[in-house]
Design a protein around this ligand. Sequence first.
Ligand code: AMP
Length: 397
Amino acid sequence: MNYNKKSVKDADVQGKKVLLRCDFNVPLDKKTGEITSDKRIVAALPTIQYLLENGAAVIACSHLGKPKGEWKPELSLAPVAKRLTELLGKDVIFAKDIIGEDAKAKAAALQPGELMLLENLRYDIREEKNGADFAEELASMAEVFVSDAFGTVHRAHASTAGVAAFLPAYSGFLVQKELDIMGTALNDPKRPFVAVLGGAKVESKIGVINNLLEKADTIIIGGGMAYTFLAAKGYGVGTSLLDPERIDYAKDMMAKAAEKGVNFLLSEDVVIAPEFDADAECKVVEADQIPDDWMGMDIGPKSVEKFAEAIKSAATVVWNGPMGVFEFDKFAKGTEAMAKALAESNAITIVGGGDSAAAVEKLGYADKMTHISTGGGASLEFLEGKELPGVACLLDA
Ligand code: AMP
């Protein structure tokens, strides 16, 4: 896939109306409806400010939650417009609809240096269905399209891909950074390239393992999915998470790694517990010594050391998925140790969205990483080497 795309800096936006797809899918307090974290709004500011300073009239849009075509007032973007106004220190015009009379009138009157926000895109069912008529109506308000919502680029929706059929399409700074860093890591990585994969399900990481076997020098497998690989080696895994239907797949992957000379690292020791509980009794055993009625909850200290060693000598590290049940303090040590190893490494370090990103942030290592992806699902599909519709539709550089 070509990740070399034109960015907002390549676009002539002076005096132009620019449709800007943002990710304002912010967490809301269930009771008060207030925004509980404005991180995503703050992250969108550099592209917004660049456009405003360069004379664009900016029509921002986003989804919020899953209204599935219903006009749910609790999912209105009005609180986001208010927060944006506070952050920018200038009025943000809020449209009461998406492609209706109010939006169109306000868009038509919008002046260079002004910003407006449309109502929640997913109030219209055609957004997620990528309806061409909806995309065309959205596009009709603007002359240029800028995509800055990395978290949705793996979805072919009207505002992420459809509009590009009607407008010249560029990446915003957030999307551009993802493409630059992750694209280079996958297409032309500095070596050794080490991939650290964890999380619960083998199923959700099959594509990633398969793709990375073609690219990485070392693949480290931890977390719940490691037990299917340990079972494939013939070890008893007790009551650990196991995907019996994918044991053969795990065998194939290990054989493929051997064939390609990829270093494939699995846990040598594991932290086990008799039940899935935050306060469960725990002990460390060799990975082939898990008793029948115990389960693996984290990687053990020997594995931590081995994995950290591989990370230390890497030039590029990609990490996606926790090494254990990190939500329980007792079983968070392996995940914490990986976060620390990445933070201390001189390599280009890339953390996929979701749980591993949350762990890195919670531990205060966020600014020690080269890049923390802003999209969980999107970064996973990126690592799978899948075509991302919201990236493929942008103009090639
Ligand atoms: P994923 O969404 O596939 O990245 O999985 C994340 C989840 O995997 C987290 O909620 C972890 O608690 C869970 N997890 C990690 N290691 C284990 C394990 N050994 N047993 C069960 N769940 C695990």
